[in-house]
Design a binder for this molecule. Sequence first.
Ligand SMILES: C[S@@+](CC[C@H](N)C(=O)[O-])C[C@H]1O[C@@H](n2cnc3c(N)ncnc32)[C@H](O)[C@@H]1O
Length: 262
Amino acid sequence: MGETTGGRAVGDRSQDEASLVEWERHAAWWHREFTGGVDAEYAEQILPLLASHLPSSGRLLDVGCGDGQVARLGTDSGLESFGLDAVRAQLDAAALQRGACYLQARVSELPVATGSVDVVVACLVLEHVADLDLALAEASRVLRHGGRLLVVLNHPILQTPGSGWIDDQLVDPPEQYWRIGPYLPEATTVEEVDDGVEITFHHRPLHRYINAAAASGLWLEHLDEPAPPAAYLERYWAFPAADTVPRLALLRFRRLVGGRAP
Ligand SMILES: C[S@@+](CC[C@H](N)C(=O)[O-])C[C@H]1O[C@@H](n2cnc3c(N)ncnc32)[C@H](O)[C@@H]1O
């Protein structure tokens, strides 16, 4: 946690500066590769899964919204939807599309009234944010009593730094397995995710997410660990066990006041 001013915690903003510069520089790459229906994982899995957890009415806040594909999903699902992102180039892309309102803001400083939102979504965002505790505290603050926080993560247990498929033909019989890198230590890595595209990731074990959320009054009520979608399995056709290792986790939290259900 960072310092406190006037009773409100403020994270160390400088920790995210380099990461936000990367997102500014690579926004076009993100849109080209992952939005507008071109990415099978989003189209076949992430968006339908999120839709299945949305309430049927109310206000949705999509934090770290990118070009707003989740916010627009909210609108299509009957919600009044708002997208926030710290990166101008993401919001410029979002503004070109109808369906939601967008604003420039960091996940750790939401310009949104306390208790005013029914569902907050953070889709593949928190692993890029340095101050997890503050981001979750802010999500909790803006949620009404009983509101939901939906968090989609690269699976924190299985998608550790250094994880990946190993095809070991030197042992007899040959072995294929998913290697898990160091799980318990928190680690910040800059990964080259595509040619010339370097992005900062913060690895944290799963308990960090759940306990930080609980400390902010957010209680885990559901966890999804879906098998990779068909298009991904097709790409990894040489690894028959690929359908046994989830790439993603969706955590659904409930905002409880005083630990009581609404
Ligand atoms: C992997 S993209 C996901 C975009 C969107 N949630 C989606 O699923 O299509 C991560 C997004 O988080 C944004 N982001 C990263 N750090 C942020 C921060 N501290 N505050 C707000 N947005 C942030 C990036 O600009 C980028 O748009």
